[in-house]
Design a protein. Structure first.
Length: 143
């Protein structure tokens, strides 16, 4: 898999990927999420595409960011037919390097409650639950 920055032509393939991985929710319009990301650190919106000559389509994607205090990973997804090949690990390690180069001291991510497989994946990469509770407040309704 080759990792590169998201391009506008990737929009529908990325949304299809997110849908295939169960990441889309009614309260988050994926088109709006992409447009919002493209206004803030678009270089940290990455896609994984098949190796040249094999499969040039989008097989993985991740949104990342750094606010000067913490880095974040959102929307990490790998096509179900490409999972268990190291693609998610490659994307996470790529994001970690990018953020570390920016001086990011800590990387955070959210996992939906009950998603034990994803929790186990991140734990295998050295991530651990923080002793914190996540709160949220919707400022702009997508739905």
């Amino acid at each position: 898999m080759r990792i590169r920055a998201f391009e506008r032509a990737d929009t529908e393939p990325v949304i299809a990927l997110w849908r295939a991985c169960g990441l889309v929710r009614p309260w988050n319009d994926p088109h709006r999420d992409i447009e919002r990301k493209l206004t803030v650190q678009p270089e940290l919106f990455l896609v994984g595409v098949g190796d040249e000559g094999v499969d040039e389509g989008v097989v993985a994607a991740v949104m990342a960011g750094y606010d000067g205090h913490r880095g974040w990973i959102n929307y990490l997804a790998v096509s179900p037919t490409h999972q268990r090949h190291g693609h998610a690990r490659a994307l996470v390690e790529h994001v970690e390097r990018e953020l570390e180069e920016r001086g990011c001291p800590k990387l955070n991510l959210l996992i939906r409650a009950g998603n034990e497989a994803v929790a186990a994946f991140y734990e295998s990469l050295g991530y651990a639950p923080d002793r914190a509770v996540s709160y949220g407040k919707r400022l702009i309704a997508d739905a």
